[in-house]
Design a protein around this ligand. Structure first.
Ligand SMILES: Cc1cc2nc3c(=O)[nH]c(=O)nc-3n(C[C@H](O)[C@H](O)[C@H](O)COP(=O)(O)O)c2cc1C
Length: 396
């Protein structure tokens, strides 16, 4: 995704990571974006407006009451101007103000006048602050309102003895997320169905067979499609992720429930992306009560679960089909075989070592038309690359 000519408002909060916002501004300017900057009063204690003015070539908004700034860069003028508002670093304090609508400074006032769906928030704070129930609740609420988040990353904090999630994502990663957030609306009103997460195959009321899928890849695919204008239904196995705003979410647990949900929602979908890590087998029986410990070894009989992709691929009138292949060996060969066997249009293959539970992914995308693309990056960037390939093949 290119940021060339796009209008990005960079709102900088008063955290130690504010110095990294200078690098973010530089990356955006270098890539051809138009960048304006708003600093909170606390941010001015860490970096000077002059630094950002020199980097962006534009005056920096700091004072909500400045008559001069009101004309050139008043908070509403800035909000009207911005296509995207990057909040980096987003302090705990700024997150709280955005949640409750407190707008007593330039950055928060401009942000509140912008639809949260156009915010890209990069939190940065001490790991204990990040873990606090108050911050987590603010983040959840802002996500529900449609704000997108990048990071925080896990790593060493400014206080070097502290390590954990809370560190601001690197400027390069925030830059990529800005580019993704400015995606073209080239899937306007296209109906898509995405599956995500693991399934659980219950043995009894408290035990199940499953896999470590976090659902992040499928959720990123759903969010990327939504941002490009698609109408998205997301069928999700049990995951610990916030529900994406403006996406219809259908929650399922087992492979059979997932198959039924796909059947119910596939009509009208032009594209189906099966990113869920669906169990191939389930226990033949499910005990109604918790199975008691027994002496000696036990054997469990497994039976096949429905092959959802193959069933979709065999339909006479079928949507465009994108499958996933998590392989532990011969990735390309196995993926190509699955692509043909299940009559898919595209397959996204990865090595299990690169995929499960991580924020980034390294994938190989193969098309039945012979296309072959290798890429690595945040899951949202990979999601956009998949939609780029779908878009090229979708026709009008
Ligand atoms: C040296 C120093 C570093 C700080 N770093 C952070 C930080 O990384 N994240 C954070 O949420 N607050 C941090 N704070 C606290 C904020 O500066 C403070 O909460 C301030 O009110 C934030 O204002 P703002 O949200 O308007 O920018 C730091 C304070 C100091 C003195």
């Amino acid at each position: 995704m290119s940021v060339q000519g796009r209008r990005v408002l960079l709102c900088v909060g008063g955290g130690i990571a504010a110095y990294k916002a200078c690098e973010l501004a530089r990356l955006l300017v270098k890539a051809g974006a138009q960048v304006r900057v708003a600093l909170t009063p606390a941010a001015e204690r860490f970096v000077t407006p002059l630094t950002f003015q020199a980097l962006t070539g534009s005056p920096v908004a700091t004072d909500i009451f400045s008559a001069e700034q009101d004309l050139a860069a008043g908070h509403i003028a800035l909000a009207d101007w911005a296509e995207l508002a990057a909040v980096a670093p987003a302090t705990a304090n700024l997150l709280a103000r955005l949640r409750i609508g407190q707008s007593d400074d330039m950055a928060a006032a401009a942000l509140l006048a912008i639809d949260p769906r156009r915010w890209l928030v990069a939190p940065a704070m001490n790991e204990r602050m990040w873990a606090s129930p108050a911050v987590q609740e603010n983040v959840r609420v802002l996500k529900e309102r449609g704000a997108r988040f990048v990071g925080p990353a896990i790593g060493e904090m400014a206080e070097r003895s502290h390590v954990g999630p809370g560190r601001m994502s690197e400027p390069g990663e925030i830059f990529k997320a800005c580019a993704d957030a400015l995606a073209p609306r080239d899937l306007e009103n296209v109906q898509v169905l995405v599956t995500a997460g693991p399934t659980r195959e219950m043995l009894d009321p408290v035990r199940y067979l499953s896999n470590p899928s976090s659902g992040r890849m499928g959720y990123a695919i759903a969010e990327a499609a939504r941002d490009r204008g698609a109408r998205v239904t997301l069928i999700s196995g049990p995951v610990e992720l916030s529900r994406p705003a403006d996406v219809e979410v259908v929650e399922v647990v087992s492979a059979e429930e997932l198959a039924r949900a796909v059947d119910e929602h596939v009509d009208g979908a032009r594209v189906v992306v099966m990113a869920a890590a669906v169990a191939d087998q389930r226990p033949a029986t499910r005990a109604a009560r918790k199975v008691k410990k027994q002496a000696g070894d036990e054997t469990m009989t497994l039976v096949r679960t429905p092959d959802i992709l193959a069933a979709l691929g065999a339909r006479a009138q079928r949507p465009m089909l994108v499958g996933f292949a998590a392989e532990s060996e011969n990735v390309e060969e196995n993926a190509r075989d699955k692509l043909l066997r299940k009559n898919l249009d595209l397959i996204v293959a990865n090595d299990v070592a690169d995929a499960f539970g991580k924020e980034t992914n390294r994938v190989l995308i193969l098309g039945k038309d012979g296309a072959r693309r290798e890429l690595q990056g945040p899951k949202l960037s990979v999601a956009h690359a998949i939609w780029d390939m779908v878009r090229e093949r979708l026709g009008g």
